[in-house]
Write a protein that binds this ligand. Structure first.
Ligand code: IMP
Ligand code: MG
Length: 177
């Protein structure tokens, strides 16, 4: 068995920053005149969120949730657990859920249903990455950075077994099936 490690770079650090700037401009235009509550999904989305919110031109607050649908493997377990809930109520707020990657969409489908029941004024999804499988679920993703093929990736916040989050780019993970 070979050890899993980052391989080919799929999205460079420059391309990530360029796309994040575009998304920030789009979100800022759409939310003009409104305050946005960015709900981040820990931990994979933290690098993306940090870069994104610093470029928003609308007032913005931050809150975080931690959910788990993955153990240490590269495949979804289909079971979603809330490990950490939001600090504040979201009723009447304009909520933008920011995710790192949507694969099966199971995690976000659960999360969106849960958040909708708290009656926000609006709720949209912004994800840095999507994979092909996410189209199987009726999940409307208003903002997305990049569409990936069906490969497992690490870097820019995304991990394999908690490793490789600090990489400045997105790389394919080698040595795992
Ligand atoms: P889903 O429920 O299958 O959509 O899985 C979403 C979650 O799985 C993401 O928020 C990530 O935490 C994790 N995940 C899915 N694909 C990858 C990947 O390629 N690299 C790292 N984490 C991933
Ligand atoms: Mg995640």
């Amino acid at each position: 068995m070979t050890e899993a490690r980052p391989g080919r770079v799929l999205i460079s650090a420059d391309d990530l920053q360029r796309r994040v700037s575009e998304l920030a401009a789009e979100i800022s235009a759409d939310y003009e005149g409104r305050d946005v509550l960015v709900v981040g999904v820990l931990k994979g989305a933290v690098f993306f969120i940090a870069d994104l919110v610093r470029q928003l031109t609308v007032p913005c607050e931050l809150d975080f949730m931690a959910v788990s649908s993955y153990g240490s493997s590269t495949h979804s377990s289909g079971v979603v657990r809330i490990l950490k809930d939001l600090d504040y109520p979201i009723a009447g707020r304009h909520v933008l859920v920011v995710e790192d990657v949507i694969d099966s969409g199971l995690t976000l489908t659960y999360l969106v249903r849960n958040l909708q029941s708290r009656e926000p004024a609006s709720l949209e999804i912004c994800t840095l990455l999507t994979k092909p499988r996410h189209r199987e679920l009726p999940l409307t993703t208003r903002y997305q950075g990049f569409a990936l093929p069906d490969v497992f990736v690490v870097g820019y916040g995304l991990d394999y077994d908690e490793r490789y989050r600090p990489l400045p780019h997105i790389a394919e993970l080698d040595g795992v099936t």
